[in-house]
Design a protein around this ligand. Sequence first.
Ligand SMILES: Nc1nc2c(ncn2[C@@H]2O[C@H](COP(=O)(O)OP(=O)(O)OP(=O)(O)O)[C@@H](O)[C@H]2O)c(=O)[nH]1
Ligand SMILES: [Mg+2]
Length: 287
Amino acid sequence: MAAWGLRLGVAKPSEIGAVMGRVNRTYSTSPVFSEVLRLPKRQLTKLVFPLQELERHLVSDPRPDLHLRIFDPSLEDIARAEDVFTPTARHRIEYVSSAVRLDHAPDLPRPEVCFIGRSNVGKSSLIKALFSLVPEVEVRVSKKPGHTKKMNFFKVGKYFTLVDMPGYGYRAPEDFVDMVETYLKERRNLMRTFLLVDSVVGIQKTDNIAIEMCEEFALPYVMVLTKIDKSSKGHLLKQVLQIQKFVDTQTQGCFPQLFPVSAVTYSGIHLLRCFIANITGNLKTNG
Ligand SMILES: Nc1nc2c(ncn2[C@@H]2O[C@H](COP(=O)(O)OP(=O)(O)OP(=O)(O)O)[C@@H](O)[C@H]2O)c(=O)[nH]1
Ligand SMILES: [Mg+2]
């Protein structure tokens, strides 16, 4: 439980108001997040805690082991994570370089996280959304699958590095396996791999390429469900439960909580920022 004993799930609207006042007073939150905190409770939950919003439809599910959320930070934690993604004169967030081979990758000592998944699943769009507080950082997205051909490295101040990967499957670069497999196997400072799955179609056969690599190299990885703005709530819930079951029964190294996101509505983006800040050792959370 958070220090001041409150989570959105149990908060009454009056309590949320009190928390918002407290968050705004105590932390230098970005103006954007202050706007978020002023949203009505229902909208705020949908935007910041999309899984919690879905869980409301599971109250009648009798399975006692059905815990969709493990990483469950407070709004206060999430507000602090916004600062990690907000640039200042001394905290620069920028593109560093691109590489087609691991030995061309920049020598950055900080913890690193990378984003992999099928071509067109939304990797570059997700990174662009994570960096929305730094619009001058250029992250190229495209309707055409196979757009990102190189590993692109972005530095978040002295905190961590984030890597946008080319996709696998349709129109993947020819050297995809050599490039990505070597990176995943040998990059020493790789802390976490985010494996993106399109919420409209769920896990596909080609995703086994990434799942097998992560499992074989014993990498800690996390599944992110993209494009949730395109799915109905019912469809999304079905996908979440199906993928959750897959993760529980077929994987060893996958984090048991899924992260649903939309690069269009920004749903789930604040929570993912908080998770990344936390796992790279830059933010202690109470959840
Ligand atoms: N509606 C919706 N569309 C999205 C979302 N994320 C990405 N897209 C669209 O999906 C398409 C592919 O997005 P990218 O971010 O370029 O996908 P990618 O995984 O980087 O693709 P490659 O670089 O080819 O591997 C683009 O047309 C995006 O606008 C989302 O959250 N919602
Ligand atoms: Mg891309």
